[in-house]
Write a protein that binds this ligand. Structure first.
Ligand SMILES: Nc1nc2c(c(=O)[nH]1)N[C@@H](CN(C=O)c1ccc(C(=O)N[C@@H](CCC(=O)O)C(=O)O)cc1)CN2
Length: 283
């Protein structure tokens, strides 16, 4: 039976460490870190995630400043807000919730954020630092994936890791982090031919394709560690809905360890955002 990696508990422990770091900064008279949270439009899932980010900030003592902009916000207005936040010494971290409405070029917005305040780690400077192994702010979900892996793997050297998904938010950065640990990394995606056989060789599988239950039990090498990043809400035959990951959870029993959905990678994303905000404030 596979061990379930409890993302909620690990995220809670990380947030306790973050709260201690914040308390230390306040005790030294440096003040609490400030995180600007920018939400454009009213995508229901984004509303939920932003609400959680703000409430988690309050729990660890980070000062959050919320900026809610209408769905028809012009790109120039969003860029003007980013410029003001870059210049504000009370703002140590800037988070622009994704996805952005279609009239806004997300790349231009992310490029406009001061790399030192880029707590999502999406700015090209931080992407470059990650790919050269030279520090910087690391994207929250990939960082969370590594922290979950660290609870079950001591030595990554020479392990075969297969990443499914090539997004800038998860697939590419998690591949860089695994490479840094000296895994042999294969990045695959939805168009990869022979995906099941590639996954069958993996000691570590990171499934981040956004394709519900894509990864079947017989793709998993016995003893592999499986990190499921996918979260899709599916409607069941009786009309109720449930969240499913990219892996067929009921078929993962011969893995060594797996992350559940929900309760695996998701909670780590927010806990890592808080940790990154402290890192940005301390830098
Ligand atoms: N600017 C960013 N935008 C987005 C990011 C990001 O890291 N930065 N990631 C995702 C959304 N996201 C955070 O923003 C996020 C997704 C999921 C969870 C989470 O805790 N999921 C729960 C289940 C959620 C539910 O009940 O619906 C879980 O997996 O247990 C947190 C954050 C896209 N946008």
């Amino acid at each position: 039976m596979a061990t379930l990696i409890d993302g909620k508990a690990i995220a809670r422990a990380l947030s306790q460490t973050t709260a201690q770091a914040v308390a230390g900064m306040v005790a030294q008279g440096r003040g609490a870190p400030g995180l600007a949270v920018v939400l454009v439009g009213n995508d229901p899932a984004s509303e939920v995630y932003v609400g959680r980010k703000i409430s988690q900030c309050a729990k660890v003592g980070i000062h959050s400043i919320e900026h809610r902009l209408p769905a028809d916000t012009a790109q120039a207005d969003l860029l003007a807000l980013i410029a003001a936040l870059n210049a504000d010494p009370g703002v140590h971290g800037i988070l622009v919730q994704l996805p952005l409405p279609a009239q806004i070029d997300a790349g231009k917005v992310l490029d406009a954020i001061d790399p030192a305040k880029d707590v999502d780690g999406f700015h090209p400077v931080n992407v470059g630092r990650l790919s050269t192994g030279t520090g910087g702010l690391v994207p929250c979900t990939p960082l969370g994936c590594m922290m979950l892996l660290d609870t079950v793997i001591d030595n990554y050297r020479g392990l075969d890791a297969v990443v499914i998904g090539k997004s800038n938010i998860v697939g590419k950065p998690v591949a860089m982090l695994l490479l840094e640990r000296e895994c042999t990394v294969t990045v695959t995606h939805i168009a990869t031919q022979g995906l099941p056989d590639i996954v069958r060789k993996a000691d570590i599988v990171v499934a981040a394709a956004g394709a519900p239950e894509l990864v079947k039990g017989d793709w998993i090498k016995p003893g592999a560690v499986v990190i499921d990043v996918g979260i899709t809400r599916v409607t069941q035959p009786d009309g109720t809905t449930r969240l499913v990951g990219d892996c067929a959870a009921a078929e993962m029993d011969h893995a060594r360890a797996v992350t559940p959905v929900p309760g695996g990678v998701g909670p780590m994303t927010i806990a890592c955002l808080l940790a990154n905000t402290v890192q940005a404030a301390q830098a």
